[in-house]
Design a binder for this molecule. Sequence first.
Ligand code: GLU
Length: 449
Amino acid sequence: MKSQLDEKLQAIYQEVLYRNPGEAEFHQAVHEVLETLGPVLGKYPEFVDKKIIQRICEPERQIIFRVPWRDDRGEIQINRAFRVEFNSALGPYKGGMRFHPSVYLGIIKFLGFEQTFKNALTGLPIGGGKGGSDFDPKGRSDSEIESFCQSLMLELYRHIGEYTDVPAGDIGVGSREIGYLFGQYKRITNRYESGVITGKGLDWGGSRARKEATGYGVVLFTHEMLKSKSDSLAGKKVVVSGSGNVAIYAIEKAQELGATVVACSDSAGFIHDERGLNLETIKRIKEVERRRISSYVESHKSARYVPGSSIWAIPCDIALPCATQNELTGRDAKVLVENGCRVVAEGANMPTTPEGVQLFQLAGICFAPGKAANAGGVATSALEMQQNASRDSWSSEYTQKRLEDIMVDIHASCYETAGEFGAEGDYVAGANIAGFLKVARAMSALGVI
Ligand code: GLU
């Protein structure tokens, strides 16, 4: 179920549907933003005259290319890759690369669109972009991953640069892939241009706390939401979906702030232990051994593994969806509400369906959308760019302090903007409007370009 759009916005949305056929996720992301922009257009008619929303919905540039490579048996494989350079009003395009078989243009466009507002919310000088490939890293050897990354960069290098477009990681792209991508960029261009890509290793230009930043940021945002209600994470029961980078460091920060994380998952199923999960084991399985989460129960007899069904059936106070888009449906939201969940913060990008978001809001749940709650990752990428530009390397404490301050500011800006536009406590409206206003003002100042 979708909410009605303001009349002017309805026409714009119809045009988006018409111009971008078959891209359901992109349509969904655009609708979720337009839903909240009605009051903004009333207050700023110049944005209507300047067709800012129509321009924001159209990526500045979309690159689609073939990635041929050879697997370990010598067989040629062909993948398709994308880089969508969405909006550069606030800075160079910035956003991750996703390697997953579900990737197609509609997914990359939804992610690039979201990234534009998310990056604006960080207050740092970064525009929005996203890329990826339908390459499936599952079961591939190191050398296959290396060949694929090198072939992909052989085309991508001509489109990126520290002042142009700065990729990073996302699902299926971690420090190993970033290493191969950066190495190939350096070889082709003969330039040690650290600021061309973020998420680098600590020995070769990376930022301390970048790996932890998205997950930590989600929990820091949650902490701010609770604080505004004179509450805290201490003693709360938390369910985190996923077991990738975002999930792992969300669990770490939640545990550090006194919560008990009772469940996490991968695409095959979830693990559950009412006594709390052991993060060291999860890190070993996922970061070192690269195995499925089901193997957790081999070393923890009090835990159970449940294949296939929804992790959201587990009662909790706080739910942190950190897996992928549309993983938390209207049905899941209903169960969470019935089980007494009070707070939901999105670690993944658009993990809650529109029905789910609506149900949470009707039930008065404190709901933080991904573009605000998970902005700590890209914010720390922007900090990595700062360090690279000044050939500096900051301590972990300093970087984490900067991340904390940024998350506090994002929370304040969403909270205050929602209040200003008559939507007290609505973080979806607050995030969309605050992000939109920053981009719209810059676009307006830069002319029709
Ligand atoms: N992929 C991450 C995101 O969704 C991070 C992007 C980056 O660091 O550039 O925000």
